[in-house]
Design a binder for this molecule. Structure first.
Ligand code: GDG
Length: 507
């Protein structure tokens, strides 16, 4: 993958890349400017962007997890510390920024609002002021790193104002924005008192990309109604006078070959066999996600309880493993969610455990990558029950790790990935009966049907991989500006979202 990337980067004349995301790819430890430790951050965004940043020898501007008395822009750190490939420009937050910008506006307002949990969104003017200040700090740091000429690639809902701020500072180079979470419909977005500022911020970009067509359509409709901008819906273009903003659906992919290769490694196969031995039942159903209300963990546990109640033949035969990765642990909503989930796990185990089996095994921790792949290899079924999810990478990673071609993916129809992944068993996580039925169908599925479905899934995940995603972004920018990126491929104008394959009715 690395060689291919370096080749593409050279071919498209991308000579300088600045990536911006709230979280840096490393969590730093150390006093003041001195960094003693750098641990890799666990996130899909990091896995997706690190290879291309490394291939360009680029710079990543992000928060390394350090909070200080005073807000400041930290130093430049060459990472990984032992064999540097690219640079991180560290952002250090003050305690107030951490509370108001990060926990407050980003995670207590935009996160629930964009996921359509309107009743959970907090609209606080102090949070907003802090969000503006932190976005400005990021924009200044990016402008300094870019030095007039770079592709600045901004990620996610934490930094929506940055593209517009960069234009106000006179930056004339290329800017792309990628939104990793859903974009809500007009009726929800209109509740945001600062919606127009956010739209103007985003429209500082040359390319604004989302995972799905549906999010693109929501965004275009909101821009049309709130900014009265000229929109070409068919071609996904917004006229901003001297610039045209291209809006595209580009669902993120994974490094398929990396998961496939890991799943074939001897020590991972041994570890997977050991996990199966220890679980000690016929069927293992796995769920892995950050402990977040959008992932539908409570609804899943209700479905599991319904399954054991309505399918007594599977008691002692099927076990569930829920890996709940700690997330936003200082926020009350998340602490409450943890208590509720743990209470439900004990309740189900109290009802259905026997001397020799525990129906729901629960871990509140993150695995390292090898352990994660070993669990994907060990699980007969992967159960994803998001109530709303921009895409969902776990579903794709499970598919890529099933090198024997078996296994069943039960996937919520509310996860963006469901649009791409025909071959899954689609489930409505709000309906506990449907959940129980789909779990039952998955654990009883004959090997021949598993293989058929898995082949369809693998074809899609392998084709729409990480490399495909980057190429889509580079091509989107190239057509916008006439730069050499994408030149020679003979591509004409693309309709937004044309990459998203049609879902086949199944299940
Ligand atoms: C956001 C959007 C969108 C998970 N547990 C462990 C672990 N992970 C890694 C997975 C995967 C990533 O974290 C999670 O990605 P998801 O896509 O499933 O979910 P979010 O974190 O909510 O991501 C989402 C994504 O951005 C990308 O655009 O798909 O919709 O919400 O890569 O492998 N990694 C390790 N140990 C774990 O225990 N090492």
């Amino acid at each position: 993958m690395r060689k291919l990337l370096e080749h593409q980067v050279r071919r498209c004349g991308l000579n300088k890349l600045i990536v911006l995301s709230n979280r840096a790819p490393f969590v730093f430890k150390g006093e003041n400017m001195h960094i003693t430790k750098a641990a890799r951050a666990v996130s899909g965004l990091v896995s997706a962007l690190e290879p291309i940043t490394g291939a360009c020898g680029g710079t990543w501007v992000g928060w390394g997890g350090r909070v200080a008395g005073e807000s400041r822009v930290g130093g430049r750190v060459a990472v990984p510390l032992d064999r540097p490939e690219y640079t991180v420009r560290e952002m250090v937050f003050s305690r107030q920024e951490y509370q108001r910008y990060y926990h407050g506006f980003a995670n207590d307002c935009l996160w629930p609002l964009f996921h359509c949990f309107l009743e959970k969104a907090v609209f606080d003017h102090d949070y907003w002021q802090s969000y503006v200040r932190v976005n400005c700090k990021f924009a200044e740091a990016a402008a300094a790193e870019a030095d007039g000429d770079a592709l600045i690639w901004v990620h996610d809902y934490h930094l929506t104002l940055v593209p517009g701020m960069l234009r106000d500072m006179g930056y004339r180079g290329q800017i792309a924005f990628f939104c990793h979470i859903p974009f809500p419909p007009l009726e929800i977005f209109s509740a945001l008192p600062w919606g127009e500022d956010i739209l103007r911020g985003l429209l500082g970009s040359d390319l604004v990309a989302f995972h799905l067509n549906g999010y693109v359509e929501n965004f275009l409709r909101v821009v049309e109604k709130q900014l009265q901008a000229g929109i070409d819906h068919g071609r996904g273009r917004i006229d901003r006078g001297e610039r045209t903003v291209r809006v595209r659906a580009l669902p993120i992919g994974i490094d398929y070959r990396e998961f496939e290769a890991a799943a074939r490694r001897e020590e991972i196969r041994r570890r997977a066999a050991e996990i199966r031995r220890r679980v000690g039942v016929d069927r293992l159903v796995l769920s892995v996600e950050r402990l977040d209300y959008t992932k539908g963990i409570i609804e899943k546990l209700q479905g599991i309880e319904e399954f054991f109640s309505s399918c007594p033949q599977h008691r002692n035969r099927v076990a569930f493993l829920q890996v709940a990765v700690p997330s936003r642990t200082e926020v009350q909503t998340y602490a409450d969610l943890r208590s509720s989930a743990e209470e439900m796990v004990s309740r189900i185990n109290g009802l259905y455990a026997s001397n020799w089996s525990t129906p729901v095994k629960y871990m509140f921790k993150a695995f390292n990558r090898d352990e994660l792949v070993a669990h994907y290899c060990a699980a007969d079924v992967c159960l994803v029950t998001s109530l709303r999810d921009g895409l969902n990478l776990v579903a794709k990673e499970y598919v890529a790790s099933r090198v024997a071609g078996d296994g069943v993916l039960v996937l919520s129809t509310f996860a963006g990935a469901a649009e791409q992944l025909s071959g899954c068993l689609p489930v409505n996580p709000y309906d506990r009966v449907d959940l129980a039925e789909k779990i039952n169908k998955a654990v009883e599925m004959a090997p021949a049907e598993q293989k058929l479905r898995m082949a369809t899934l693998q074809q899609s995940v392998r084709h729409y991989d990480l490399n495909w995603w980057w190429q889509g972004v580079l091509a989107g920018l190239a057509r916008n500006t006439g730069s050499p990126a994408g030149a020679g491929k003979g591509e004409g104008p693309l309709a937004a979202g044309e990459f998203v394959p049609k879902r086949r009715p199944d299940g």
